[in-house]
Design a protein around this ligand. Structure first.
Ligand code: AMP
Length: 513
């Protein structure tokens, strides 16, 4: 028997077994009226109301529905409603500038645009055939409660379910087409590796637009897990929600966990969730000091994954293995700072040039309307990640060394900026760091560290450089350090190195020497 695996399976099971259980608890503090009732039964009714509304608008199967929103129950509902009816959901990064949102809406050819009330004014110039502000306007003007929607005429696991635009650390964002099958396989392996079960409570610390919240909304619904929506990432608020809702599982970039660690320092009383919370970290390389502090100061289990929007995203998973449990904490943290072992059903390779390659059922169908880029990314039967990495022959674990284009070549030696950042971050005065290559007459490129100091801490340039030289080969140490108030990041916690490099390379043709 072969039955198409679609997003509907996750919600169908939630409605069947968990109709009266808590489903999605909406963010209380938001500009739209929060969605009041949270059961999975109610989620199903609301999903059908969205679908009946799209039917009434005449939005056909295969048409794109773009949603620009912070985390909210409504965005989560649309991640189900749109693909389950054979349409394609385009969740858009709410931090993009209006002209970037406009590009995404036009490139995807979306006929419907739904925007968060907070963004309505800024995005006034972004047009689509139908445009609604999420909240009262969609409740009364679009959703049709109690009307049976038209079923998807031919459910197909190979149909595109969502188009998620890449974070654009290089050029124009590209629309990643994820199929129902991609989402299904990712959900299954992710749930397995993170050991999700019915008694979990999931907090949405990750933006839902980002690769559909790594697919977690689907996994959690399939197992009837209570999902708590968090609109804005804030360390103290995360601790409060963990306490209030009995949260057990969260995902996020290293920057999120650093915020929680900062907040924990001034938290009154027991840290909530000790020996209960599991954290999944990815999106950027986590410093080993962060990992060790998470386990020691919070008592939360740290796991790491690696992946890309193009891979739904799960490619690797790293959790301390039983044989390593006895290791001293710094050694355990060092092992956990690697991206991990390929997830079930993933094959990894490293190209001659050191690029990480992947083969799996979670790899994208293609980039929307970009056949050349698709062919390039999928050359020779492998997905080309653009990340540099190595696989330890002793235990099969992958370590990401850098984005290919972020490798610094100084005096002919390759230096991984990630490795240097990890060492600088182990200096107690350092709160944040980004390492880049800047032009240098003698070496071609030389290493510069941009550092944000921890509150109340002080350190001089020479201290940071000496700290590095004591811990790594001399050529890997920065030759200059600049202190900054902030290091800008994308909504998904990524540092855009090309932007940091820009001022130093201005007027030059190439950004490498
Ligand atoms: P995105 O498509 O926005 O999710 O970005 C994917 C990129 O994030 C990857 O190509 C990596 O450069 C980076 N990334 C994701 N997970 C990790 C990780 N665990 N360690 C290092 N880099 C990561």
């Amino acid at each position: 028997m072969r039955i198409p695996m679609t997003v509907a399976d996750f919600l169908d099971r939630a409605e069947l077994g968990f109709a009266t259980s808590p489903g999605v608890i909406d963010e209380p503090d938001q500009p739209a009226p929060p969605v009041p009732v949270s059961t999975y039964g109610r989620l199903g009714e609301r999903v059908r109301a969205w679908q009946a509304g799209l039917d009434a608008l005449g939005v056909g199967e295969g048409e794109r529905v773009a949603v620009v929103s912070h985390n909210s129950a409504r965005l989560l509902e649309l991640l189900f409603a749109v693909p389950m009816s054979g349409r394609i959901c385009v969740p858009v990064n709410f931090r993009l500038r209006p002209e970037e949102v406009d590009y995404v809406v036009r490139q995807s050819g979306a006929s419907v645009l739904l925007v968060d009330p907070e963004l309505d004014q800024a995005l006034a110039g972004v047009k689509a055939r139908h445009r609604f502000v999420l909240g009262e306007e969609t409740e009364t003007g679009l959703m049709r409660f109690g009307v049976e929607p038209r079923p998807w005429s031919r459910p197909d696991e190979d149909a595109t379910a969502t188009i998620n635009y890449t974070s654009g650390t290089t050029a124009r964002p590209k629309g990643v087409q994820l199929t129902h099958r991609n989402i299904w396989v990712n959900g299954l392996t992710f749930g397995l590796h993170t050991r999700v079960w019915e008694r979990d409570v999931y907090l949405h610390t990750l933006p839902m637009f980002h690769c559909n919240g790594w697919g977690m909304p689907f996994v959690m619904a399939g197992l009837g897990v209570k999902q708590v929506v968090l609109r804005k990432v804030d360390g103290a608020e995360i601790l409060r929600r963990v306490e209030e809702h009995g949260v057990t599982l969260m995902c996020g970039a290293p920057a999120v966990w650093n915020m929680v660690l900062d907040a924990a320092a001034s938290w009154q009383g027991e840290i909530p969730g000790r020996d209960r919370v599991r954290v999944v970290c990815a999106g950027a390389p986590p410093p080993s000091r962060t990992i060790q502090r998470m386990e020691e100061e919070l008592g939360w289990e740290f796991t790491q994954i690696y992946g890309l929007t193009e891979t739904s995203p799960l490619l690797t998973f790293n959790r301390t293995r039983p044989a390593d449990l006895h290791l001293p904490a710094p050694e355990r943290a060092r092992k956990l700072s690697r991206a991990g072992l390929p997830a079930l059903g993933v094959t990894l390779g490293i190209s001659d040039g050191g690029e990480v390659l992947a083969r799996s059922n979670v790899v994208l169908e293609g980039y929307w309307d970009k056949p050349e880029e698709t062919a390039e990314a999928l050359q020779d039967g492998w997905f080309h990640t653009g990340d540099g990495g190595t696989i330890d022959p002793a235990d099969g674990h992958l370590t990401i060394s850098d984005r290919k284009k972020d490798v610094i070549i100084t005096g002919g030696e390759n230096v991984s900026s990630i490795e240097v950042e990890d060492v600088i971050f182990s200096h107690p005065a350092v709160a944040e760091v980004a390492v880049i290559g800047v032009p240098d007459e003698k070496w071609g490129e030389t290493i510069k560290a941009l550092v944000v100091l921890a509150e109340g801490a002080s350190a001089a340039e020479a201290d940071i450089i000496a700290h590095c030289k004591e811990r790594m080969a001399g050529y890997k140490a920065p030759t200059s350090v600049e202190f900054r108030d902030v290091i800008p990041r994308t909504a998904t916690g990524k540092i855009q190195k090309f932007k940091l490099r820009e001022p130093y390379w201005a007027g030059r043709e190439r950004q490498v020497n």
